[in-house]
Design a protein. Structure first.
Length: 150
DNA sequence: GCCAACGTTGGC
DNA sequence: GCCAACGTTGGC
């Protein structure tokens, strides 16, 4: 059992969208490190901090869980998609996704609030220059955040 | 819109 | 394999 923080732009998929759809495919990851974590490390049932990024109030907006193993991201084959990748083929897909299932919406734990807790200072997502859309979360950080959101 | 940080590309 | 140029992320 592992824990993750996964960033989504709420204009694209917000926590309310996830609540309405229950399960969404985590399409659009185009970074090899993030892809490799989905493909090689994530397991069904892993805990997910659902994070809103690139928006007015970035922060953790809810809890979710990994709901599938990795499989090819269909948007890479769609010429109409902004995530289209001409160098990827169905025979040899370059980009993968997992399904993520809604668990619950929480109050927004904003990025600014997260930075105020010394207990969270070592979180990967809070490190200077951290841009990865998927980052591992330690059991200690997970438990602390669960406490804040209880 | 700015810009720091980091990833990717491609010439050599 | 190096590294400069370019592109992207994402907070502010």
């Amino acid at each position: 059992m592992a824990y993750w923080l996964m960033k989504s732009e709420p204009d694209d998929v917000s926590i309310d969208d996830l609540a309405a759809r229950h399960t969404v495919g985590w399409y659009g990851v185009r970074n090899y490190q993030a892809r490799n974590m989905m493909r090689d490390t994530q397991q069904i049932g892993d805990g997910v901090l659902f994070y809103h990024s690139s928006c007015a109030e970035p922060g953790i907006a809810g809890i979710a869980e990994v709901a599938s193993h990795a499989y090819p991201d269909p948007t890479q084959f769609d010429p109409q998609s902004k995530y289209y990748d001409a160098k990827s083929t169905p025979e040899n897909p370059r980009w993968m996704q997992v399904d993520v299932r809604f668990v619950r919406k929480t109050r927004l734990l904003s990025l600014a609030q997260m930075r105020q807790y010394p207990e969270l200072a070592q979180m990967q997502v809070l490190q200077k220059g951290s841009r990865l859309s998927i980052t591992p979360v330690s059991a200690e950080h997970w438990a602390f955040i669960q406490g804040l959101l209880a």
